[in-house]
Design a protein around this ligand. Sequence first.
Ligand SMILES: NC(=O)c1ccc[n+]([C@@H]2O[C@H](COP(=O)([O-])OP(=O)(O)OC[C@H]3O[C@@H](n4cnc5c(N)ncnc54)[C@H](O)[C@@H]3O)[C@@H](O)[C@H]2O)c1
Length: 440
Amino acid sequence: MKKQTTKPTDASQSRRNFVKTAAGAGAGLLIVPSAIAFGSTANSSLGLGIIGCGGRGNYDGGEFLNNTDVRVTALMDVFEDRLQSTRANLSKQSEAKGRPAIPEANLFKGHKSYEKLVQSKDVDLVLVTSPPYFHPEHLEAAVSAGKHVYLEKPVATDVTGCLKVKSIGKKYDGKVSMHVGFQKRYDEGYRGMIERIHKGEIGDIVLGQTFYFTNDLGRQNKPGMSDLEARIRNWVFDRALSGDIITEQNIHIIDIVNWAMRTNPIKATGTCGRGLRKEVGGVPADYLCSDHFILTYTYPGDVHISFNSNQFKNRGYRQQGERFFGSKGAAESFQGGPATINYNQLEEGQKVADKVDCGKVDLHVAVGTKMKALVASIQSGKFDNQCEDGANTTLTTILGRTAAYKGTEVSWEKMIKSGENWNLKLNLDALGGSGAVSMK
Ligand SMILES: NC(=O)c1ccc[n+]([C@@H]2O[C@H](COP(=O)([O-])OP(=O)(O)OC[C@H]3O[C@@H](n4cnc5c(N)ncnc54)[C@H](O)[C@@H]3O)[C@@H](O)[C@H]2O)c1
């Protein structure tokens, strides 16, 4: 460990600034990084605790290490294999960057052990990468313990969960930073396109066409697993645990639409089906996710936006994008780029380029940009709060889902009043584990 000198280093300088700004902005809560609060002189970086150590927990954890100076300090999961593999992976990445490995005492196993993680003195910022069904519970635990949060999308899987996230957002506004995992909002290309739309460069949006076609997902159940374990491991195929493919995966496209439109739709119609997906280990037949959706959203001003998706064995065919058609031109963006504006309805004699590139689309870079923005918001004391927008986008997917399930038009108002609440009454105690686990 490096010896602290009396000369103000960048780290000690930022530590002082942090304490000052956090105290000024904290409105009753003083959020200080774990390294400061507990006397470490190693650095002033934030300690990151991860709830849900699967694919995204590992990816996001690694990107926090690559893009910010956070230390990964604690992990929580319901399965020990996930804890062990994530500890090995993120400790290796941490040490390669000269940061400490994850201490054994900070590994928490069992579905209630998130309470211990959020209380840990080593945790300042919580990454929630558990299945979406648990997101409101995990968000609430973290912020009520005074911790900042990066909550992966979607914010919940039902209406009640979304409304809860909205109220948590209001209650903790200005007290901690709360980010929701829509990385496209930090992408140069998408931002460039949306800024131009908002400046009126394509005029009034009249209609839109959007889509998310992708491959089927891998099954995680293994022979000999209990039905409960298989169901939890295969949560992406379970409507209540994931929200169905529209809420869990397609949501990134719906978020672009709400962003472009600067509001939510007022109603939706649609259909969905399971043409190819017939059975998934552990997932009850009634809860099996759809493998395609076809929806039409109506936004204020009678603007119609279509959305189509599938999750098939596409043999390599993947395409995700948005097209907005306005009174002066059109905008078009794709997941792998480009994002462009096409001025196809110019006034006579008007001289501008036919097609403008709005910037580079690179979602890997966008994730890093978002993480830097979150850490900067914490360090400046100007805390970000993305709960309201994150919940509205999640509700927009639920609106389309409800219309598709019912086969009738559903209004926003009716959906909100539905009180939809998916309580599975799962006996997660049966998965075992409580408190810190020894990895020896
Ligand atoms: N922003 C993006 O582009 C993006 C991409 C992928 C996934 N995600 C989101 O990240 C989240 C996780 O997805 P994933 O692909 O990593 O799934 P995953 O199945 O790989 O990981 C989920 C982890 O949570 C654990 N878990 C299950 N129940 C839990 C509980 N009650 N408490 C704590 N942990 C529990 C699982 O054991 C597993 O390790 C989801 O919300 C998903 O939508 C976001």
